[in-house]
Design a protein around this ligand. Structure first.
Ligand SMILES: [Zn+2]
Length: 118
């Protein structure tokens, strides 16, 4: 897109939204005219940048449905990956905080306790 097109879009009474995957389906990101190209090139990378996380973190958040997984190691040395109590479809910020916490088996809160903490 050339500069005059961007300037025209910028001046017009438009709201341009990009749609990116989220645990609950799609999320809208309001785009400025000069962000369109970057968004079209890599919508997920752009979303990650907007949310101030790495693209990997963003994709993981979508992939897990916003549900944090237990980070404890099982007796076989593998990551447990049970659900961490406290909810599904968490906001990206909250999911990042809780991803890798412990499930009820590994000393995390039971779902009843987690509910009380909300
Ligand atoms: Zn666990």
């Amino acid at each position: 897109m050339d500069k005059s097109t961007i300037a025209k879009l910028d001046a017009a009474p438009l709201e341009i939204c990009g749609r990116v995957p989220a645990p609950w389906g799609l999320e809208n990101i309001v785009l400025k005219a000069d962000e369109l190209e970057a968004f079209c090139k890599d919508p997920e990378g752009f979303a990650a940048l907007k949310y101030r996380v790495t693209k990997e973190e963003y994709l993981k958040w979508v992939e897990t449905g916003g549900t944090p997984r237990c980070g404890a190691k099982t007796s076989k040395g593998k990551r447990c990956r049970n659900l961490v109590s406290g909810g599904i479809q968490m906001s990206l910020e909250r999911w990042l905080r809780e991803e890798g916490a412990y499930c009820a088996v590994h000393g995390g809160l039971s779902s009843a306790e987690a509910r009380l903490n909300r």
